[in-house]
Write a new protein. Sequence first.
Length: 212
Amino acid sequence: MRIVKEHNERLNEILDTAQKLFVQKGYMKCTVNDILTAIGIAKGTFYHYFKSKEEVLDAIIGRTADLVYQRAQSIAEQSNLSPEEKLLQVFLAMRVTDAISVELIDQMHCSENSLMHQKTLTAMVDAIVPVLVAVTEEGNEKGIFHCPYPKEYMQIFLVSSLNLLDDGIFTFEPEEQQMVFRALISVLGKMLGIDDAPIWEQVLRTWNESNM
């Protein structure tokens, strides 16, 4: 008997299956037919939802970016947090290993999957920068920050951070990575026009707690 599934259920089934196959075979080697066979659906059903494999990839990345955005926005709306605390917690909320498997992240770092990697970084920047801008403008209004270019500075900082701290692009020893992180916090302080020491102290506390 033919099984009819609700639209969102079938949509997520395609995305979940494609994500697993991208891990197993690699994005470039995985075909639409591989996805069809794994699910047991006809081409017409697939193309009802997506025009291409790349559109499936965009949707997988998009729902991950949406999850990170929701986390970040929730933090930005917390009135009990200072602008400095909000910025730090938003950066920490960008962890994606609970939304994308470690295996898929490893696949993104393969040279043949550079498109997937590039799209993921771009989606993260597009999703998070507006939240960071809102927090920065809040800090400006309260006289805590003195940032003349909130959007541009947050774009520069986020793109730099995502690339420098990406193990698939740069490989650092733990001590080197910590120094890079310290330098990034120093740059952030200069962009915001504040003393970066309190933010770095918070970073260190979080770092130590996560390694306990």
